[in-house]
Design a protein around this ligand. Structure first.
Ligand code: SF4
Length: 281
C-alpha cells in the first residue's frame, strides 16, 4: 500500500505520530514477543501515537489535581481517543483489501497465558512491548528515564499498533539523539528509585537507560500510578516528577518540536516522600 495514502489518512484520523517497521526488523525477538505470533502474515507494523497535551500535565505539575491527567492523559487518551484513530486506520486498510490487527498497549511484562493451540505457537495472549516497537518503527528512542521519547513531544505521548499484511514503505530508525542525560540533564528521582544504568539495543540502536526499581514507582505519590491492567506491569510514570522534569529540560534545551510561549516548569518543583500518609497531612 502506498505509504503517503495511509499516513495521510492516519493524520486525518487524529494520529500525531506515525511510523512503520518492516516485520524483518523483529527477527531478533523470540516468538513469545514477536508480532508474527499474533498475525503470522504480518508484513508491516504501524505505530500510531497521540500527544499528551502539555496542559493535561499542568495540574499535576502544580500539585492541584491528578484526576484530569488520569482522564485526558491516560484512560480516555488511550482507551477512547487513540483507540478510535487505531480503529479507523484498521478500517481504512481493510477497505483497501489488507487485513489489519489493532493492538492496545497492554503490559508486556505479563507473559503469554492460556492453552497452546498449535505445537509451534506460543501460548495465547502474546503482548508486545510497544516502546520497543516504536523504536523499530523509527518514531523515537528510549530515554535514560526508561520511557519513549519522540522528537515532537519528548515523553508526552501514548501509542497503539496496527499489524497488517500490507507492505508499506518503512521509516528508518531515528538517528538523532533526543535524551540529554549527561549532556545538560541529570535524570533523577527524589526517592532514589534509579539504581544504576545499563545499555539496551533495539534493532541495532544502542541506548543507555537507568536501572529502575519499579516497586518504588508503584507506590510513588509524585504523579506516578500503578499499572491499571496487571500488578506485574510497569507503573505509569508519564506524569511523575522524574518524567515531568525530563519534559521540562528537553523543552528548555530546544529538543522538542512542540513549542510553547511559557516554560513548562514555572514554580519550584514539589515532591512528597514515599512513606507519607496523604490522609494525615
Ligand atoms: S515514578 Fe516516582 S519513584 Fe519512580 S523514578 Fe519517577 S519519581 Fe522516582
Amino acid at each position: 500500500m502506498e505509504r503517503k495514502k495511509i499516513e495521510k489518512y492516519a493524520r486525518e484520523a487524529g494520529a500525531d505520530i506515525f511510523g512503520v517497521a518492516p516485520i524483518e526488523r523483529f527477527d531478533e525477538l523470540p516468538l513469545e514477543k514477536h508480532p508474527r505470533a499474533i498475525f503470522p502474515e504480518v508484513k508491516s507494523v504501524i505505530v500510531i501515537g497521540r500527544r499528551i497535551t502539555r496542559g493535561t500535565l499542568r495540574s499535576v505539575e502544580e500539585g492541584t489535581n491528578f484526576s484530569n491527567y488520569y482522564i485526558y492523559g491516560y484512560d480516555w487518551l488511550d482507551n477512547r481517543f487513540i483507540a478510535l484513530t487505531t480503529f479507523r486506520i484498521s478500517e481504512f486498510l481493510e477497505d483497501n483489501g489488507w487485513e489489519a490487527v489493532p493492538l492496545a498497549n497492554l503490559p508486556p511484562e505479563v507473559p503469554p497465558m492460556g492453552v497452546k493451540v498449535r505445537k509451534k505457537s506460543p501460548p495465547p495472549n502474546v503482548l508486545l512491548d510497544f516502546d520497543d516497537v516504536a523504536v523499530r518503527a523509527g518514531v523515537g528512542e528510549i530515554g535514560y528515564c526508561g520511557v519513549l521519547l519522540t522528537p515532537d513531544y519528548g515523553p508526552r505521548q501514548r501509542i497503539q499498533i496496527v499489524l497488517t499484511d500490507a507492505e508499506i514503505e518503512p521509516d528508518p530508525l531515528l538517528s538523532e539523539r533526543i535524551c540529554l542525560y549527561g549532556n545538560g540533564c541529570k535524570c533523577s528521582c527524589p526517592l532514589g528509585a534509579l539504581k544504576g544504568e545499563k545499555e539496551i539495543t533495539i534493532a541495532g540502536k544502542k541506548m543507555t537507560v537507568a536501572e529502575i526499581d519499579y516497586k518504588m514507582c508503584t507506590s510513588c505519590k509524585n504523579g506516578a500510578m500503578p499499572n491499571r491492567y496487571h500488578p506485574a506491569g510497569k507503573p505509569d510514570r508519564l506524569a511523575a516528577i522524574c518524567i515531568r522534569s525530563c519534559a521540562d529540560v528537553l523543552e528548555r534545551k530546544g529538543k522538542i518540536k512542540n513549542r510553547f510561549k511559557l516554560p513548562f516548569r514555572i514554580r519550584d518543583v514539589w515532591s512528597v516522600k514515599q512513606d507519607i500518609d496523604l490522609y494525615r497531612l
